[in-house]
Design a binder for this molecule. Structure first.
Ligand code: HEM
Ligand SMILES: *[C@@H]1O[C@H](CO)[C@@H](O)[C@H](O)[C@H]1NC(C)=O
Ligand SMILES: *[C@@H]1O[C@H](CO)[C@@H](O)[C@H](O)[C@H]1NC(C)=O
Length: 452
C-alpha cells in the first residue's frame, strides 16, 4: 500500500471526535456518516488494517468492510477518523475537488524528508503551475523527442552488465534512479550517481518507519541522508546557474533547466526540494512494477510467451540495430496489457489520502471538516482502477513510467532468459514488494535474430 498509507501511521492523533462517536450508531447517524466501525479507543482499527496488509491478499481490510457496509465506510486508523471510498463516482468527486473541498495532507515527519517545496506538498496556485510544468516535462512529446534515447541507452547499459545471479528489485531500482537523475539534471551514471544513490536509499527508508528523531534510528539516519542528498543536489544547481550566467554549455533541456530558466525565480532551496521529491515519487513505484511484471510473467508462461513473440518481432524488424525507437514503443499492444495488469495486481498505491476542508456532502453522507479520506485506487465491483490517481494531482509521471517499464521489458526479454533463483513471496506491508528482492539467474539469449 506504499508510503501514502504509512504517512498515516505518523499522523498526529485527533481523538476528540473519537470519544464523541465511539461505536455510537446513534451519533453516527445523526452526523450522517457512512456506516462503519471506529474500533478500539486510540488505536481504532489500525491493527486490523496492518495485519490485513501482512497477508498475501492486497485488500482484505477494505474488501471485508465493503462487503459489510458498502462502498463508503467509516473507520479509525493511524490516529484519525477516516472515510474509505471504493466508489468510482465518489472518488472522482474527491480528486476533482482538490483544493476546493479536499486537500492532500502529510504529517510533518514526511514533509521533513520531502522538503516543503516539493510538488506533493504544494497547494493552491503554485501547485497548479508546478504540476503543469512537471506534466509538460514528462509528456509524450518530450519523452519522444528528448528522453527516449537515454531511457533506451541506460536500460541496455544496465542489462548488458548482468551475469549469473541478480536481485531484480535492486537492479530495477538502480535503473530507475539513473534514469531519473539523467532526466532531471542530465547526469550520466557514474561514481557520483552511485554515491548519491547510497544516501538516497537511507533517505527512502525514512518514509517507512516511525519518526523518532535520534541519530541512531532509521528516521534519524534518513534525515541526515536528506541533508547530504540536498547538499549534493545544491552543488549541481549552483554549478548550472553559473554555467547559464557564463553562457557556456548553456541550456540543457532537462527539468533543472526548466526550473532555472522559467519565470519562477526559484531559490536553490526550492529547486533542490522539488528535484528531490521527483526522485522519490518515481523511484519505488516504477522499479517495483518492473520487478513484479517479471515475477508475474515468470509465473504465467503463456503470457510470457506471447510477450516474447511481440518483442522478438520488433527485434526482427530492426535487423542489426540495437536501439529501440518511439515508434517501436508504440507498437507494443500486449506489453501495455502486461503493464496494466501488473499495476492492477501489484496495487502499489492502493489509495491516496485527502482531508475534508469543510463539511462535505458525499452521496447522501456527510464527511465532517478535518476528517481524512482514503480514495481507493484498487479495482473492485464499485471502483474503476486508477493506479495514477486523478484530478489536479494526477501523477505527472504516468506516461514516463509506462515507457520505462516497456523499454525495460523489451531489452530484458530479447537479451536474457531467466529462472527464479529462489522461491520469493509478494507482500503488501509496509510497501508492496517481494520479500527476497526477487533473485533470478540470468543467461544471455542466443542472438539468432540479429545475425545475418
Ligand atoms: C508505476 C509508477 C507510478 C505510479 C503507480 C504512480 C502513482 C502515483 C499516484 C497514485 C499519485 C497521486 C498521489 C495523490 O493524489 O496524492 C502520484 C503522484 C505523483 N507522481 Fe507518480 N506514480 C508512478 C511513477 C511516477 C514517476 C516516474 C514520476 C516522475 C516524474 C512520478 C511523479 C509523481 C509526482 C511528482 C506526484 C505528485 C503530484 C502532485 O501532488 O501534484 N510518479 N503518482
Ligand atoms: C508537451 O509539453 C511541451 C512543452 O514542454 C508542449 O510544447 C507540447 O505541446 C506538449 N505535448 C503534449 C502532447 O501535451
Ligand atoms: C491501460 O490502462 C489505461 C488506464 O490506466 C487505459 O487508458 C489503457 O487503455 C489501458 N491499456 C490497455 C492496453 O489495456
Amino acid at each position: 500500500m506504499a508510503f501514502l498509507l504509512i504517512t498515516f501511521l505518523l499522523c498526529s492523533s485527533s481523538l476528540y471526535l473519537l470519544f464523541l462517536l465511539r461505536n455510537s450508531q446513534f451519533s453516527r447517524r445523526k452526523l450522517g456518516l457512512p456506516p462503519g466501525n471506529l474500533g478500539l479507543p486510540f488505536i481504532g482499527e489500525t491493527l486490523q488494517l496492518i495485519s490485513a496488509y501482512k497477508t498475501e491478499n492486497p485488500e482484505p481490510f477494505i474488501d471485508a468492510r465493503v462487503t459489510r457496509f458498502g462502498n463508503l465506510f467509516t473507520t479509525h486508523v493511524f490516529g484519525e477518523p477516516t472515510v474509505f471510498s471504493a466508489d468510482s463516482e465518489a472518488n472522482r468527486f474527491i480528486l476533482q475537488n482538490e483544493g476546493k473541498l479536499f486537500e492532500c495532507s502529510y504529517p510533518s515527519s514526511i514533509s521533513n524528508l520531502l522538503g516543503k517545496h516539493s510538488l506533493l506538498l504544494m497547494k493552491g496556485n503554485l501547485h497548479k503551475r508546478m504540476h503543469s510544468l512537471t506534466m509538460s516535462f514528462a509528456n509524450s512529446t518530450i519523452i519522444r523527442e528528448n528522453l527516449f534515447v537515454d531511457i533506451d541507452r541506460l536500460v541496455r547499459l544496465n542489462l548488458d552488465s548482468w551475469t549469473g545471479r541478480v536481485f531484480l528489485q535492486d537492479e530495477a531500482k538502480k535503473i530507475t534512479f539513473e534514469l531519473t537523475v539523467k532526466q532531471l539534471m542530465s547526469f550520466d551514471p557514474g561514481e557520483w550517481t552511485e554515491s548519491l544513490r547510497k544516501e538516497y536509499l537511507l533517505l527512502i527508508d525514512g518514509f517507512f518507519t516511525l519518526p523518532l528523531p535520534f541519530f541512531f534510528t532509521t528516521y534519524g539516519r534518513a534525515i541526515k541522508a536528506r541533508t547530504k542528498v540536498a547538499e549534493a543536489l545544491g552543488m549541481i544547481v549552483r554549478k548550472r546557474r553559473k554555467e547559464i550566467v557564463e553562457g557556456d554549455e548553456g541550456k540543457k533541456k532537462d527539468m533543472l533547466g526548466a526550473l532555472l530558466e522559467g519565470d519562477g525565480g526559484f531559490s536553490d532551496e526550492e529547486i533542490v526540494d522539488f528535484l528531490l521529491a521527483l526522485l522519490v515519487a518515481g523511484y519505488e513505484t516504477t522499479s517495483t512494477i518492473m520487478t513484479l511484471a517479471v515475477k508475474f510473467l515468470t509465473e504465467t508462461p503463456l503470457a510470457l510467451a506471447q510477450l516474447k513473440e511481440e518483442h522478438d518481432e520488433i527485434r526482427a524488424r530492426k535487423q542489426d540495430s540495437e536501439t529501440l525507437e518511439w515508434s517501436d514503443y508504440k507498437s507494443m499492444p500486449f506489453t501495455q496489457c502486461v503493464v496494466n495488469e501488473t499495476l492492477r495486481v501489484a496495487n502499489i498505491i492502493s489509495g491516496v489520502f485527502r482531508r475534508a476542508m469543510t463539511d462535505v456532502n458525499l452521496k447522501g453522507y456527510t464527511i465532517p471538516k478535518g476528517w481524512k479520506n482514503n480514495v481507493g485506487a484498487t479495482a473492485s465491483p464499485g471502483n474503476l482502477f486508477s493506479p495514477f490517481g486523478g484530478g489536479p494531482r494526477l501523477c505527472p509521471g504516468y506516461e514516463l513510467a509506462r515507457v520505462e517499464i516497456s523499454v525495460f521489458l523489451h531489452h530484458l526479454l530479447t537479451r536474457l532468459s531467466w529462472v527464479p533463483a529462489e522461491e520469493d513471496k509478494l507482500v503488501f506491508f509496509p510497501t508492496t514488494r517481494t520479500l527476497k528482492r526477487y533473485p533470478i539467474n540470468v543467461q544471455r539469449r542466443i542472438k539468432s535474430l540479429s545475425h545475418r
